[in-house]
Design a protein around this ligand. Structure first.
Ligand SMILES: [Zn+2]
Ligand SMILES: [Zn+2]
Length: 136
């Protein structure tokens, strides 16, 4: 993945810190701000958490990143891609993307509420296969 071009396409100034944030998100998928901070500090020891927040928010405003809010958990960030839903393991906290066909559900919601829909965020929780087997 060409991170420099990706940032430029979103009209974001390319900085070493931003390149590292992209690389972290690309590698780990969904990451909360504390983990981003921990990983960034290895390369940029003097970086402050406030600076990371600022960078993340700018990247979010440019739709480069998406924030995923998980009930009772810290928000995680991922590189923006096609709309998708998520499932979170309540034990190991792993987060998996799932592509659901939401057409039927959305039609139902429109019918029941008379709203027009802009966005949706669906998070399921459960036990991943690894944790499920451990518990047996
Ligand atoms: Zn698990
Ligand atoms: Zn995702």
């Amino acid at each position: 993945m060409d991170y420099i071009r990706l940032l430029q396409e979103h009209k974001l100034k390319v900085t070493p810190q931003r390149l590292e944030i992209v690389s972290i998100l690309n590698k780990y998928g969904h990451v909360n701000i504390d983990s981003i901070y921990e990983k960034l500090k290895i390369k940029f020891p003097s970086l402050s958490l406030a600076t990371i927040y600022k960078n993340i928010n700018i990247m979010k405003d440019k739709l480069f990143l998406s924030e995923l809010k998980i009930p009772n958990e810290k928000s995680v960030y991922e590189l923006t891609k096609e709309q998708h839903s998520h499932i979170v393991c309540t034990q190991c906290k792993v987060i998996i993307d799932i592509n659901l066909d939401l057409n039927q559900l959305e039609n139902q919601i429109i019918k029941l509420s008379s709203f027009s829909l802009n966005e949706s965020s669906i998070v399921f929780k459960g036990l991943c296969p690894k944790c499920k087997n451990k518990n047996n």
